[in-house]
Write a protein that binds this ligand. Structure first.
Ligand code: FAD
Ligand code: SF4
Length: 341
């Protein structure tokens, strides 16, 4: 007897934007969807951001819209997969809340983790009080007290922290941090109009619609100073000011500036929380740890393992629109797969 869509279970691991979007799409196709999130709320990293590039849309509004109608999706927060067994057809998924689900398909939407900026000791994160990350600055913009910010008069942003960096094993570009830096540089100028703001970059990757306008606005309206060159060293004087050495590679001259705040554009790293699942299912990973799709051009949502699919930043750095598009593509792929079973 043929099963109805409702009699087929899809388990989605990771309740960030990718997991939420895919769960709703699969629910709309009639499947019984279980969405598993290990944190105490849905939303993933989107829940930490204040405003989104390129138009400054409040992240809370976007997340609110996404979670407003979860349909019949059975979603669980503060829940993890404790056991996963491959069956002849599908998977037996045992959850930390005691629930056991026979899944006809699995979708991994486990996302990324922010690069641990303290690994780049030369920038002084975790050593000097006035060195923070892009995520800390988002907290500040969201109204969470970040005492390091204070009342800064000179502020620097360092691009490519933990990305495009052979030394930390991340050769890839994290894609979102140039746009985030430009967005945050404009926002900090809105809050502290008198401040002098520098962006130290290697290349500016402002690839999306509206991004170039944001970059022009940063220069023309806010007077952000873009310096092409890597910061080589950060130190602190006895008054807590930061002394930053960089090389301006366009003029070929060394540059030394004293700053009150340094913001590190930490990139996207692979999420180690997926590693046990990847090992259990013998999934392929790339050299940087991100999950490896079957084919990055023609089967980006498929894994090498039958019935297991991917969406979002678990396979590499993605913007939010890319993540959502992948989530919908994964739902379509799962639908096609299940119709053939
Ligand atoms: C500083 C910064 C700012 C950004 N700003 C923007 C922006 O303005 N505009 C934009 O387009 N993009 C932006 N992005 C990118 C955006 O955050 C990502 O595209 C998006 O978060 C990816 O969604 P995701 O669901 O794939 O992953 P995530 O957001 O990482 O969500 C993954 C979820 O899976 C959960 N999870 C992981 N492992 C498990 C497990 N084993 N069991 C259960 N749950 C698990 C995690 O807890 C998390 O909730 C920004 C990124 C950064 C770093
Ligand atoms: S997006 Fe920009 S800051 Fe981020 S890794 Fe790529 S080049 Fe560096």
């Amino acid at each position: 007897m043929e099963l109805t869509n409702q009699q087929r279970n899809v388990v989605i691991i990771g309740g960030g934007p990718a997991g939420i979007e895919a769960s709703k799409a699969l629910d709309a196709l009639g499947y019984t969807v279980f969405l598993i999130e290990r944190e105490n709320r849905l939303g993933g990293h989107l829940g930490r951001w204040d405003r989104l590039f390129p138009y400054g849309t409040p992240a809370d509004d976007v997340l609110g819209q996404m979670t407003a109608s979860m349909g019949r999706v059975k979603w669980f927060t503060s829940t993890e997969v404790t056991q996963l067994n491959k069956l002849e057809r599908g998977y037996n998924v045992i959850l930390s809340n005691g629930l056991s689900v026979l899944a006809d398909a699995l979708l991994l939407t486990t996302g990324f983790t922010l690069f641990n900026a303290s690994k780049k000791e030369e920038y002084g994160y975790g050593i000097y009080d006035k060195v923070i990350t892009n995520a800390d600055l988002e907290d500040y913009f969201s109204g969470i007290p970040v005492p390091a910010v204070g009342n800064p008069r000179r502020i620097g942003f360092v691009h490519c922290v933990g990305s495009r960096d052979e030394k930390v094993g991340n050769r890839y570009c994290s894609k979102v941090c140039c746009a985030t830096a430009v967005k945050q540089a404009c926002e900090i100028k809105q809050q502290f109009p008198e401040a002098v703001v520098y962006c130290f970059y290697m290349d500016l990757r402002m690839f999306g619609r509206g991004y170039e306008d944001m970059y022009l606005e940063a220069q023309k309206k806010y007077g952000v100073i873009f310096v092409r060159g890597r910061v080589s060293e950060v130190s602190e004087d006895k008054d807590g000011h930061l002394f930053v050495k960089a090389e301006d590679t366009l003029s070929g001259k060394p540059l030394r500036v004293t700053l009150d705040l340094l913001v590190l554009m930490a990139g996207m790293s692979h999420n180690r929380a997926v590693d046990p699942i990847a090992r259990t299912l013998a999934l392929s990973t790339m050299e940087d740890g991100f999950l490896k799709p079957k084919d990055s051009l023609t089967a980006a949502q498929a894994s090498y393992c039958t019935g297991v699919f991917y969406a979002g930043a678990c396979t590499g750095p993605k913007t939010l629109p890319e993540t959502m598009a992948e989530a919908r593509a994964a739902a379509t792929n799962i639908h096609e797969y299940l119709q053939e079973q």
